[in-house]
Write a protein that binds this ligand. Structure first.
Ligand SMILES: [Cu+2]
Length: 298
């Protein structure tokens, strides 16, 4: 059946809209209409809007096709969802610290002959479960928006995430990504076995016999996924899959920063051993909001 979905883009100027990858006609006021052919019944259509600066906003809509003619895209899809791009974004920034005496990082006892020379006694591999730097800077904390962006859709990041195995260590130890694919590669000339622990995502368990081997896995749902190696018991990493692009991982200096659309949100700081802290923030249009987090042993 020939249908003409229509809607309105409110927050984007001079944009193009595609419905099921066919160009729609867009008026100066943001009203758009497209013509698509769909079979009868429950159907999904995909709407993508792109502004002059190539910001893309997308929405999936469910419609019931009964007759030919006009069908309105639901208002949440035609306006709010399509405005969920980052063109008016502000910046969320802050610093994560550890309060109190930092725990000593334990030396990892490496039994693998290939990796041993890469961690000499004067520069040993240290446990990465709590990494505290100068001034109490806490590394490897994932800070992300957990409330306030529900129903918004963001395009997946174009390039998938990558995690390496180097010197019998996952690099990086903590990684945050949008739902999509992750490539795990072996930089060591020995066998590693990538084994994931997850609840919502399909688990993977794959041997990589030597240097240069790599595999790409799918992580479609937001959750924390732990990676371990079945060959080397000390190897582990955390992949935090976030359902929006508003996240960052604290660095050596404990600092983090990411961009977010204007609005009021709950943000969460997650640490693999020290738990989570949350805060309410309001991101001003084009401005900056600062939020620090302090962790301690409970
Ligand atoms: Cu290994």
């Amino acid at each position: 059946m020939r249908l003409a979905p229509y809607g309105r883009v409110e927050d984007l100027t001079s944009c193009s809209v595609r419905v099921n990858d066919k160009a729609a006609v867009v008026g100066a006021d943001g009203a758009w209409v497209a013509v698509v052919d769909l079979p009868e019944g429950e159907q999904r259509i995909h709407v993508a809007a792109k502004d002059a600066a190539e910001h893309i906003a997308e929405a999936e809509l469910s419609i019931t096709v009964r007759d030919q003619g006009m069908v309105a895209a639901p208002p949440e899809a035609s306006s709010e969802m399509l405005s969920s791009d980052l063109s008016k974004a502000g910046t969320v920034m802050g610093r994560v610290t550890f309060e109190g005496t930092p725990p000593e990082r334990l030396k990892v006892h490496i039994t693998e002959p290939v990796c041993k020379p890469m961690h000499p006694d004067d520069n040993p591999l240290l446990s990465e479960d709590v990494v505290v730097g100068a001034g109490g800077a806490l590394k490897n904390v994932v800070v992300r928006i957990t409330k306030g962006l529900e129903g918004k859709r963001f395009p997946a990041t174009a390039a998938g995430a990558t995690i390496d195995q180097l010197g019998c260590q996952y690099v990086p130890h903590v990684l945050a990504m949008m739902p999509g694919t992750i490539t795990v590669q072996n930089g060591d000339d020995t066998l590693h076995n990538v084994h994931s622990q997850s609840t919502l995502n399909k688990a993977f368990n794959k041997g990589q016999s030597g240097k240069g081997k790599k595999d790409t896995f799918s992580l479609k749902r937001a959750e924390v996924v732990k990676l371990t190696c079945d060959v080397h018991g000390w190897m582990n990493a955390y992949v935090v899959v976030c359902d929006n692009p508003c996240f960052a991982v604290s660095g050596d200096d404990g600092a983090f920063s990411f961009r977010a659309p204007p609005g009021t949100y709950t943000i969460e700081a997650w640490h693999e051993k020290l738990g989570t802290h949350t805060a309410e923030i309001t991101v001003p249009e084009g401005g900056t909001v600062s939020q620090d987090f302090a962790f301690r042993y409970r």
